[in-house]
Design a protein around this ligand. Structure first.
Ligand code: ADP
Length: 405
């Protein structure tokens, strides 16, 4: 079936959705349901270039989806007769079980729920979104696309934590990596943009959004990535600390009398840029720095320091690097982050062209000089499109036969 695909990314109190034409790649409609379960729910919907809004209590995810679908209808599209080919669901944690797009059945839902121990904030919300959408669209394939899948191939030395091996095995403690759909999509686009065979490229991809991660990819295979058992490890993020000495957790437990949930909250939602200077949005950070705010300056410097550390690590991990690519909200927009992350690395063959770097261009593009040995790019990510394409392959005449996979 050649119809559009509905992509759903369900969080604990929100649902992001997009209706996408997987061939052309454009979003036919998109929206965000927020504050589910609170008195002041809100849905922002965009269709045909026109924005609409719904305000009022939204009891649960199913009601959120029903209200969103009513907004499609108000804007002139009945989703039940729109010929939707499949529904793609972003699922955060696939554990060791799921490493490719998977048609959702009752067993698959049970397994995703079981993996909630590894992703307590994400997987339960993903399941609620899946079950709600399956009730509304019972007759089309629903497909789960896992954030961890691309990192399934991490070599043993990159995925193993040096802790007691039996404890690790008993509790699924290993590095899984996240943002995989983005790292895979962006690295594939790099090969397309350069007209090169992906199998020949060694790439570093820097996904810098509110969450942030780096990856080292050799010939399309992920060799290392900065996020680990959970999305907390690695780079400094909007509200997450990234790498810290694990001793800090024990120290806070003992000296600040914080329990595990409080420490979880501190490290996931009250740290990173926000913890250092009170804001997690780069645009606000930039304004604070311009106003001479020293905490904001330090937050920026810590962010860049960590980013450069990972770039250095992955240059050595890969040995030869052909491309370094920036993507996601910060990576695509913050020119100073790109310039500072790669400043002074000419001796390593990395030369940013400062004019190309600041050019106002939203398409995938090269920002290094023609003489730079390593090609530096900015490539907009599009996780929704990648999910839509994966989901569409399960539609009746898609690439994957029913029952396969
Ligand atoms: P996520 O999907 O992780 O929520 P995004 O990839 O959408 O994040 O990135 C969101 C972040 O991108 C914002 O928090 C903001 O810091 C940054 N950002 C967005 N637009 C700009 C811009 N024009 N300049 C600098 N930073 C920006």
């Amino acid at each position: 079936m050649n119809g559009p695909v509905l992509v759903i990314n369900s969080g604990s109190s929100s649902i992001k959705y997009q209706l996408i034409d997987p061939d052309g790649g454009e979003a036919i409609a998109s929206g965000l349901v927020e504050r589910i379960g609170e008195p002041d729910g809100v849905i922002g919907h965009r269709q045909g270039g026109i924005d609409s809004e719904h305000r009022g209590p939204i009891a649960d995810h199913a009601e959120g989806l029903r209200l969103a679908f009513a907004m499609f209808a108000e804007a002139g599209m009945d989703l039940t007769t729109a010929g939707i080919a499949a529904v793609g669901h972003r699922v955060v944690h696939g554990g060791e079980v799921f490493y490719r797009p998977t048609r959702i059945t009752a067993d698959v839902i049970a397994e995703i729920s079981r993996l909630s121990a590894l992703a307590p904030l994400h997987n339960p919300a993903n399941v609620v979104g899946i079950e709600s959408a399956m009730r509304v669209f019972p007759d089309v394939p629903h497909v789960a696309v896992f954030d961890t899948a691309f990192f399934h191939t991490l070599p043993a030395e990159a995925r193993t934590y040096a802790i007691d091996a039996q404890v690790a095995a008993a509790h699924g403690v290993r590095r899984y990596g996240f943002h995989g759909t983005s790292h895979e999509y962006v690295s594939g686009r790099v090969a397309e943009v350069l007209g090169r065979d992906n199998a020949e490229l060694n790439q570093i991809v820097l996904h810098l959004g509110n969450g942030a991660s780096a990856s080292a990819i050799a010939g399309g295979r992920a060799m290392d990535t900065s996020m680990g058992l959970t999305p907390l490890e690695g780079l400094v993020m909007g509200t997450r600390s990234g790498d810290i000495d694990p001793g800090i957790v024990m120290h806070l437990r003992r000296s600040a009398d914080l329990d595990v949930d409080a420490i979880d909250d501190l490290l996931n939602r009250g740290s990173g840029l926000k913890g250092l200077c009170g804001v997690n949005d780069f645009r606000e950070l930039r304004r604070l720095i311009a106003d001479g705010d020293e905490a904001a300056r330090l937050a920026y410097d810590v962010y860049i320091h960590r980013l450069r550390k990972y770039i250095g690590a992955y240059l050595v991990t890969l040995g030869r690097v052909d491309t370094i690519t920036f993507t996601a909200g910060v990576g695509e927009n913050a020119v100073e982050v790109r310039a500072d992350a790669l400043a002074g690395l000419e001796s390593l063959g990395i030369e940013i062209d400062l004019e190309r770097n600041v050019a106002k261009d939203r398409s995938a593009r090269v920002i290094s000089t023609d003489s730079s040995r390593v090609t530096v790019l900015v490539v907009p990510t599009n996780e929704e499109l990648a999910i839509a394409r994966a989901a569409r392959s399960f539609a009746p005449d898609g690439a994957v036969e029913q029952g396969q996979r």
